[in-house]
Design a protein around this ligand. Sequence first.
Ligand code: PLP
Length: 362
Amino acid sequence: MIPIARPQLGEEEKARVWEAMDSGALAQGPRVREFEQRFAAFIGVERAVATSSGTTALHLALLGHGIGAGDEVITVAFTFIASANSILYTGARPVFVDIDERDFTIDVARIEAAVTPRTRAIMPVSLYGAPADMPAITEIAERHGLAVIEDACQAHGASIGGRRSGTWGTGTFSFYPTKNMTTGEGGMLTTNDAALADRVRLLREHGMQVRYHHEVVGYNFRMTDIAAAIGLAQLPKLEGYNVRRRAIAARYDAELRGVVPPAVRPGVTHVYHQYTVRVNERDAFAEGLKARGVGSAIYYPIPVHRQRPFVELGYDDASLPVTERLTAEVLSIPVHPSLTDDEVSTVIEAVNATAAELGPIR
Ligand SMILES: Cc1ncc(COP(=O)(O)O)c(C=O)c1O
């Protein structure tokens, strides 16, 4: 079976992890600082703050902007639940806006209708490796005095006009094993705002700058030096991985039949965290691929507003027709950089044969 994801960890990662273990620096230490600096330079921002996960990076970003009870944050329901959960953690309320069916990111034309006097921030999600329309979102945010927190947890290295995800407002990344680069578990917040970075660093460490002197109620959201050691080995390989992902995606774009391929907006460099198509009879389609030795996955089978905690909060009557429709149609196929050309051919043959069997999507 060709798996949907295959983390690539090699000798460099192992050597750096051993080195970290031998050094005795296991918790947040010099490797975390180095990883922050290198990641900031890679993304193109002045500051980066490493965290224990993408979820804690999102949570800290919101807290760093002073968002809390009584506030609203505009985001999407077509995402991993962490985007919306991070808003709930602060006591604020997520307000879901529908998505653009072409690239699965927030429909910018619908954002302004969702702005109220309580709105404090817009949290677009750059899903599957495609940046949301960050220039348009930034313009809307500026017009209304709102913060921009990009959930770039799936968009390491993605860009618009050469400017990378994570450079508009506050960026957040995840290094979960299936992501375009990994640290095991881990996350990163990126910003050009030095004061925000300082606030977030304080919150990451139990409000502590001087040992055991606590200025605010904070958290332990630190990354370990072992995780940073993996990240330092992965980061120089990220561009190569992304180039390979794009090459595989280009073959899919050219050779797949009977499915709707993901659209890429002009100027966007997509990094294909996932290659997500829309298909007819999605569950049968996934079975058809499986029977042909090809793994696939649904990201995500239930939109956030229909997940139980959000239903209990009264979100299930939200009107998100595009989100609902695409949730029933999307299927991600393997696009990870370790796929061989033969495996890519197998995926293409399996998709085309299954689509021929089930009929093309209208
Ligand atoms: C869109 C999105 N947001 C947030 C997260 C949360 O990241 P993590 O799993 O590292 O907490 C993820 C990753 O799983 C994600 O894909």
